[in-house]
Design a protein around this ligand. Structure first.
Ligand code: AMP
Length: 213
């Protein structure tokens, strides 16, 4: 399958993407994960992205399109892909459209995960992430089995730098201003699947039903 996953930070894009990859071997492409890996490795890309990320602001469209232009050419995308956290602005969506046309790739749809703001805030403040493999945990509902260690790879499970109260509030503002308009953009093209996203299993079921059409 070839999908864009839209939704606020904490709407469950990463969790849903991971469940979907298990269905047909599509690959999850998270620009946030790619950027966090670059920051951790101290690469040029990481240095350019770090300040904006820690503040909860967006990294420049040029930097993001540079990453995606290369990523979509990789072999593992042939089985399908789930775009998680990209596009995040109208210019990114326009640039993606051109890129996909050039590569002769058609999307199946754009999934819009709708979650109430109180649920989002609770999820983001209790979310923990593995620094090595990106696995997602929750201190209340899904803690790692062994304190602070990833069940899958043994990496450290920590609170992200941009999950302080201040950065979360900034990220939600940025989402409302710059990313939320993408729902209208894709709705206008007849591509939007609006889904009530409080349970990730229900989301996955709805996506599968939509794919069968
Ligand atoms: P995420 O893990 O998707 O919440 O992304 C974490 C941070 O990485 C965001 O708050 C942005 O600073 C940056 N980022 C990730 N994806 C994008 C994107 N498509 N455009 C701009 N900035 C991004």
């Amino acid at each position: 399958m070839r999908l864009i996953l839209l939704g606020a930070p904490g709407a469950g894009k990463g969790t849903v993407a991971k469940l979907l990859t298990a269905i047909d071997g599509s690959v999850q492409i998270s620009t946030g994960d790619i950027l966090r890996a670059a920051v951790k490795a101290g690469t040029e890309l990481g240095k350019k992205a770090q300040t904006a990320m820690t503040a909860g602001e967006l990294v420049s469209d040029d930097l993001i399109m540079g990453i995606m232009g290369e990523r979509l050419l990789e072999d593992d995308c042939k089985a399908g892909f789930l775009l998680d956290g990209f596009p995040r602005t109208i210019p990114q969506a326009e640039a993606l459209k051109e890129l996909l046309a050039k590569l002769n790739i058609e999307l199946d749809g754009v999934v819009n995960l709708n979650v109430p703001r109180e649920v989002i805030l609770d999820r983001l403040t209790t979310r923990r992430t593995c620094v090595d493999c990106g696995a997602i945990y929750n201190v209340k509902s899904n803690p790692p089995k062994e304190g602070g260690k990833c069940d899958a790879c043994g990496g450290a499970v920590v609170q992200r730098d941009d999950e302080t109260e201040e950065a979360i509030s900034k990220r939600l503002d940025v989402f409302n201003e710059q990313t939320a308009p993408l729902a209208g953009f894709y709705e206008g093209k007849g591509m939007l699947w609006d889904i009530n996203a409080t349970s990730s299993d229900v989301v996955v079921g709805t996506i599968q039903a939509n794919l069968k059409g």
